[in-house]
Design a protein around this ligand. Structure first.
Ligand SMILES: Cc1cc2nc3c(=O)[nH]c(=O)nc-3n(C[C@H](O)[C@H](O)[C@H](O)COP(=O)(O)O)c2cc1C
Length: 196
C-alpha cells in the first residue's frame, strides 16, 4: 500500500495519552506498507487567523492563506494525504489551543467559500481521537469537542472516518489501556482497508 497518513497532534505532551494513540495509528499504517507523518502542532509555527478574509477574494490565494508560516507545508501535506488524523486532549471543555489555531486556518477550505480551495479535503477520510481526564463524559467537554472537530472536517470536504474518545489516566497510562489501543488499531485498520 503506498498511502499516506498525516497525523496532527494537539497535545503539547510528547509521549502523552494523545501521542500514544497516534503512535498506534501510525503503527497500523506502517504495518500495511503505508507512510505516516506525525506533526506536533505545539512544535510548529501556526499564527492565529487574522480575519483578513483575503482567502475569500476571487478564486482564493495561491498559498491558501496570506500568512506565510508552517501552515503552508501542512496544507500541502494534507492535500497529499490519503488519511488525516486529528488527535487532541480536552483542555477547558474544548480542543487545545494548538489544535484550534490549526482549525481556524482551515477557514479557506470551508464549504461557504467560492474559491478553488473550497472543500479541498475532497473526500479524504479524517479520523478523530479525543482524550480527557473526567470520568463522566458528560462533564468532560467531549461532545462539543467532537462536534467542533467533525464540523470543521466535513465543512473542509473531509469524511469523518471515526471518532474515538476516552477518559484516560496520567501520562503514560494509555500504553496499558489494551481496549482503547485495540479500538484505535481496528478503526485505522478499517480505513486502511477502504484505501486499498
Ligand atoms: C489546561 C488543562 C485543561 C484541561 N481541561 C479538561 C477538561 O475540560 N475536561 C477533561 O475531562 N479533562 C481536562 N484536562 C485533562 C486532559 O485532557 C488530560 O490530562 C489528558 O490526558 C491530556 O492528554 P495528553 O496526555 O495527550 O497531553 C485538562 C488538562 C489541562 C492541562
Amino acid at each position: 500500500m503506498s498511502k499516506k497518513l498525516l497525523a496532527l497532534v494537539g497535545s503539547p505532551r510528547k509521549g502523552g495519552n494523545t501521542d500514544t494513540l497516534v503512535d498506534e495509528a501510525v503503527y497500523v499504517f506502517y504495518k500495511a506498507g503505508g507512510e505516516a507523518e506525525k506533526i506536533y502542532l505545539n512544535s510548529v509555527h501556526i499564527k492565529p487567523c487574522q480575519g483578513c478574509f483575503a482567502c475569500m477574494e476571487n478564486d482564493g490565494l495561491d498559498s491558501v492563506c496570506i500568512q506565510q508560516d508552517d501552515m503552508m507545508g501542512i496544507y500541502q501535506k494534507m492535500f497529499e494525504a490519503d488519511f488525516v488524523l486529528w488527535a487532541t486532549p480536552i483542555y477547558m471543555w474544548s480542543p487545545t489551543a494548538q489544535m484550534k489555531l490549526y482549525l481556524d486556518r482551515l477557514f479557506p477550505l470551508g464549504d461557504y467559500q467560492n474559491t478553488r480551495w473550497r472543500c479541498a479535503l475532497n473526500g479524504t477520510p479524517v479520523g478523530i481521537i479525543i482524550v480527557y481526564a473526567e470520568n463522566d463524559p458528560l462533564h468532560s467537554g467531549v461532545f462539543q469537542t467532537r462536534d467542533i472537530l467533525k464540523v470543521v472536517a466535513e465543512a473542509s470536504g473531509g469524511n469523518t472516518a471515526f471518532v474515538i474518545h476516552s477518559t484516560v489516566g496520567e501520562k503514560g497510562k494509555t500504553r496499558q489501556n489494551v481496549d482503547l489501543i485495540q479500538k484505535v488499531q481496528e478503526a485505522v485498520g478499517k480505513v486502511v482497508q477502504g484505501l486499498d
